[in-house]
Design a binder for this molecule. Sequence first.
Ligand code: COA
Length: 347
Amino acid sequence: MRSPPAAAELSPMAVHGVAQTRAAVLGLGAYAPPKVLTNDDLARLVDTSDEWITTRTGIKRRHVAGPDQATSDLAVIAAQQALDAAAVRAQDLDLILVGTATPDMLFPATACLLQERLGAPQAGAFDLLAACSSFVYGLISAGQMLTSGLARTALVVGAETLSRLVDWKDRTTCVLIGDGAGAAVLGASDTGRGIYAGMVGADGSAGNVLKVPAGGSRMPMTREAIDRKLHRGYMDGQAVFKLAVRTVPGLIRETVARAGWTMEHVDLIVPHQANLRIIEAMASQLHLPMEKFVVNIQEYGNTSAASVPLALFEAVQGGRIHDDDRIVLAAFGGGFTYAACALVWGK
Ligand code: COA
């Protein structure tokens, strides 16, 4: 792993004899649109096959937003579910942080749209863009605001409609993605549960491997840009694959060490769902069995910022995560960004 110059950590140090306040997950929510595209559906759109997609990626199906569904429509459902699960009222939120690369519009932020729709007038609201790492970046950032006293209750959402950015005629990218949203309500806890360590990092020199060139100030959305499909996602798949496998196992090891744990302490890793082979390569490098990793890529594909909270939600729902389990969330994505968070589960 490249040593992370831009990395930040949450101190795992406990003051002897004094319970340390940590940011803990009080409730989770998740939403995937009902419309499903199977690999066979895609084989009717582009020159591909269920066999190729399954063996190269692990993906079988993906959920895709309907024509009337924007990112905030997915986010608001996941967010309300998380609030209900946490028994927190929207009006008591101090902070709403939405991780997304596919906001409803350039501005206002999707977090502000969510604030209005949830009815959370006291909450500060902003979006965070770290591509597929956005949710983990967001969880760490909101956690810091909680432990510093800047906020008491925070809503962190990862939500995407990547289907709007993908070129549905490009078989190298369209088979990989899906839409969805996941949300977590965070609150301060003195129980010994919550976030023990977080690391965020980036390698901007690898920014070109995954990008959407048009639609920003460098290249506004002109007819020429659209004709050249520069408003669609571009990806060098093999380069992303190598970066992920080179970076994330070391990142997980370092985050676990900063939490004061060893790898043997870790009960479950919730990785970004980009490619089953990437997760298998990480497991192999970390000398861990695949049972230690949550995998739901077969159902959703790569939902970018929504991928980690969707997988976390399903793991909790499926009874794979219990109070006091040691969990590591790990993500990577365009930027090139990466982030990991070690937490003890429970309020
Ligand atoms: N169906 C059938 N064939 C396909 C295909 C598809 N959907 N997509 C690509 N191919 C073809 C290629 O054209 C190539 O053909 P060629 O050998 O005739 O040139 C062949 O399959 C192999 O392509 P390659 O790119 O080498 O495949 P790969 O094993 O590297 O898998 C990815 C491609 C994209 C699945 C893989 O690189 C990957 O998952 N990378 C990471 C992507 C990622 O994580 N992105 C998001 C990061 S947040």
